[in-house]
Structures are given as structure tokens and as C-alpha cells.
Design a protein around this ligand. Structure first.
Ligand code: PGA
Length: 265
């Protein structure tokens, strides 16, 4: 596989900084002897208040720091100013982040994030040299009424609007059917692969073939150690955005391990 797979853990609003630090240490120490070249890119997205605790562990490891990158779970598009409760890309970078998750369905649903806001965030992230992980996905009602592909292609076109092909190529998309998030109901791997291939064809239209071949597109929604190997064996699935199963050291490490098994085959 020419695209380096990604296994990203989205810790959402969980754990105080001491627990976050311990979990991060548990992941890091498990892989400390393993060469980064045989591993997927591992990314951890802690809460904002745990970013410094986690990045202090990362920076003292001495080697292979690039094995585990840190992500913010959200950002504002402005650099600074009167935006109470918000955080800028510069602040995330300062706390050790190199990726930022944007457009998660929970942010769209509970915090009224629009496609336009997500596009502004993506542009801001890329302009500061970080990488956006742009989430998209349909509700169960949308799926049942047969509009999954048009809905998702609309989300992707809007998120990527006005971004250069070069920047799109290094971005990451996460396809997360909303009905599969936190429900234990994983999307069938063939169907997830079909939607992800459709997203890749939209990227090809918007940014050209080279960008569509380079961009990494992840699946998210109840990913578990038992589901990841089948998901990773599909042609267009480049990794996973993992919620619940990223909160336990054993299950997250097992997801990484099972991904590596598919990578070497
Ligand atoms: P889940 O969450 O793995 O708990 O379904 C995934 C996500 O929301 O990114």
C-alpha cells in the first residue's frame, strides 16, 4: 500500500490529564522498540486540557517521536481574538499538535458547525502547516432515504472548496456514518470501502488524480480490534478514527497491531 495507514484515537471529552498521560504512556511504551516504518501513523486526540501532559511524554521519549502524533479535536479559524472558549491552530501547534480533527458529527450536531465553518478551519489548519482530519458522514435517515452519496459528496466539496490540490493531497478525511458512532454497529466493510472510494472520486474531480491517490481516507464508527483487519484489507480504506476503543490501552494497541498484520501482507 503506498499510502501510509493512520490509526487515530479520538478521546473526545474523556479523562483528566493524569489518566490521559498514563494512557498515552501505555501506548508509547508498547511501541517504543518498533520501527516507525512498519507501523501505521498513530495519532492521539486528547482533550485540550490534557494536550500539554500528553505532549510532554511524547517529547521525552528520545526516539521515534513521529510514531505517535497529537491532534486537537477542534479549532477556530482565527489566530487569536475575542472568541471566548475557542482555541486557535497556533495554540494547538504550541501544545504539540500536528493534526486537527474538524467537522466531527458531534460538533456538527451539538455545536451547529456548518460546512462553511469547517472549510475555514481546514484552510486555517493547512496555512499553519498542520493537517486537518475532515470528518463526514450520514445519519440513518439519510442512508435509508438513499441520499448517502450525494450528502457526503456535498460535505466533501464544501470542506475542500478553494483549497489547493497540493494541500488536499496531504489532508485526511474520515468517513464516519453517524449511526455507527458509539453504537457498536460497524458499517459493513465493503460498504464503507464503497463510500470511501466514492469520496476519493470526488477528491479526484476537485483536486486531480494525484491528490486523490495521496489523500488518506479513514473509516470511523465502532472500530474494534476484531473489525480492523477486514476494514484495512479493503482497497480504499487507509485507516481508522477510533473513539471508544481508543480509551483502553489494550484495545487501542491491538487495533494498531492488527493493522500492522494487514500492512505486511
Ligand atoms: P466510536 O467513535 O469508535 O466510539 O464509534 C468514533 C468517532 O466518533 O470518531
Amino acid at each position: 500500500m503506498s499510502r501510509k495507514p493512520i490509526i487515530a484515537g479520538n478521546w473526545k471529552m474523556n479523562m483528566l490529564s493524569s489518566d490521559a498521560k498514563s494512557l498515552f504512556e501505555g501506548i508509547k511504551s508498547h511501541w517504543s522498540e518498533t520501527s516507525a516504518t512498519v507501523m501505521p501513523q498513530v495519532i492521539i486526540a486528547p482533550t485540550f486540557t490534557s494536550l500539554w501532559a500528553v505532549s510532554s511524554v511524547k517529547c521525552s521519549c528520545g526516539c521515534g517521536c513521529d510514531k505517535i502524533a497529537i491532534a486537537g479535536q477542534n479549532c477556530h479559524w482565527e489566530s487569536s481574538g475575542a472568541y471566548t472558549g475557542e482555541i486557535s491552530v497556533e495554540m494547538l501547534a504550541d501544545a504539540g499538535c500536528s493534526y486537527v480533527i474538524i467537522g466531527h458529527s458531534e460538533r456538527r450536531q451539538y455545536f451547529s458547525e456548518t460546512d462553511e465553518m469547517i472549510n475555514k478551519k481546514a484552510k486555517s489548519i493547512l496555512s499553519k502547516g498542520l493537517i486537518p482530519i475532515i470528518c463526514c458522514g450520514e445519519t440513518l435517515e439519510q442512508r435509508e432515504s438513499g441520499i448517502t452519496d450525494s450528502w457526503i459528496s456535498g460535505q466533501i466539496r464544501a470542506a475542500l472548496d478553494g483549497i489547493s490540490s497540493e494541500d488536499i493531497a496531504k489532508s485526511v478525511i474520515a468517513y464516519e456514518p453517524i449511526w455507527a458512532i458509539g453504537t457498536g454497529k460497524t458499517c459493513d466493510a465493503d460498504e464503507a470501502n464503497r463510500v470511501i472510494a466514492m469520496i476519493r472520486s470526488v477528491v479526484k474531480e476537485v483536486a486531480g488524480e494525484s491528490a486523490s491517490n495521496s489523500i488518506r481516507i479513514l473509516y470511523g464508527g465502532s472500530v474494534k480490534p476484531e473489525t480492523i483487519a477486514e476494514q484495512m484489507s479493503k482497497s480504499d480504506i487507509d485507516g481508522a478514527l477510533v473513539g471508544g476503543a481508543s480509551l483502553k490501552v489494550d484495545s487501542f494497541n491491538k487495533i494498531i497491531e492488527n493493522t500492522m498484520t494487514v500492512m505486511v501482507n
